[in-house]
Design a protein around this ligand. Structure first.
Ligand SMILES: C[S@@+](CC[C@H](N)C(=O)[O-])C[C@H]1O[C@@H](n2cnc3c(N)ncnc32)[C@H](O)[C@@H]1O
Length: 298
């Protein structure tokens, strides 16, 4: 049991199997979070291996550091966006590594820390920045973008079918006072969606919150940029594993692997994405939408 057991790592066994770890390897965990996957990686590569852990959330990195105390000589933690993976590895004088893991999106730690503003379950300032030093928060998007821009974000990043009425309501509501809390936004969504459609399996505000989070953190751009840089840093035979949580991310990973496969750069290991076992989903509902894809550097 870890000291700060905030987040259950999704498909940990499967992701680590794909990486084919053994003592002495050098691995990058590009989304170290609170170090769930990382501690398993370290178990496998210790005592002589090295782990570079990247995250753009400084609070998560502090927890990761605490959780990985016993491996402190094997770990380097870096506060950065993974889109800068080239700068991170160059600055550490690391040429090539044996494995790279991406476990995308937000962690349970981030979702459940009320004041981060990621969740409609708590009333908190509308923030949603993974990196608290970045400038644009959800508040800024919601209060400054045009109705059309908001509607486009909800559709493109949330596939929210009610994107137009939600954007319309939002722009009307913000005329009086700015929309500054997660509860205000959640209530706007609830008012905008016709009642009979608001009772599906997932909460009606889920897609709106997902879309804004992706826009605030420019998640898809970061993923595309990072994936395009990875081949330079993987040794021949080295493996990249990516766990994604929605179709927009999965599509980017799938196409990247397919394209680089056709160019002879990767051999795709997962013909179809690996999904979590029923038992894992029962134990950790967040794993439900997880998809794991892996490719080996040729
Ligand atoms: C699903 S969590 C990872 C959890 C981790 N694997 C564990 O087991 O604890 C995703 C993490 O990736 C980080 N993240 C997301 N996008 C990022 C990016 N572009 N650059 C760096 N970190 C990012 C988030 O801040 C979050 O901590």
């Amino acid at each position: 049991m870890m000291l700060n057991d905030w987040h259950k790592p999704v498909m940990c066994v499967e992701a680590i199997d794909c990486l084919r770890l053994k003592p002495g390897l050098t691995v990058v965990d590009a989304t170290i979070g609170t170090a769930g996957h990382a501690s398993k990686i370290l178990e496998a590569i210790a005592p002589s291996g090295r782990l570079i852990g990247i995250d753009r959330d400084a609070d998560s990195l502090a927890i990761a550091e605490e959780n990985l105390k016993r491996y402190k000589n094997n770990v380097t933690l870096v506060h950065s966006d993974f889109r800068n993976i080239d700068k991170v590895l160059d600055s550490l004088n690391i040429g090539q590594v044996d494995g790279i893991l991406f476990d995308l999106g937000v962690s349970s730690y981030q979702l459940d820390t009320k004041e981060r503003g990621f969740s409609f379950r708590y009333d908190a300032p509308l923030d949603m920045r993974m990196d608290k030093t970045s400038y644009i928060a959800a508040y800024d998007l919601v209060n400054n973008l045009t109705e059309k821009e908001i509607s486009d974000i909800l559709w493109s990043f949330g596939q929210e079918r009610w994107h137009k009425p939600i954007a319309k309501h939002l722009v009307r509501e913000r005329l009086g006072v700015p929309v500054s809390t997660t509860a205000q936004l959640r209530d706007i969504v609830l008012k905008a969606i016709p009642r009979k459609f608001g009772r599906s399996r997932i909460h009606p505000a889920t897609r709106t919150f997902q879309a804004l989070r992706i826009a605030v953190n420019r998640e898809l751009e970061a993923l595309e940029e990072a994936l395009s840089k990875v081949p330079r840093f993987l040794k021949k035979g080295g493996v990249i594993s990516v766990i994604s949580f929605h179709s927009l991310e999965d599509r980017i990973v799938k196409h990247n692997f397919k394209d680089l496969g056709q160019e002879g750069i990767y051999q795709v290991i997962t013909k179809k994405p690996i999904t979590p076992e029923e038992g894992e989903v029962a134990d950790n509902p967040r794993a439900r939408s997880g998809k794991l894809r892996a490719a080996r550097r040729r």
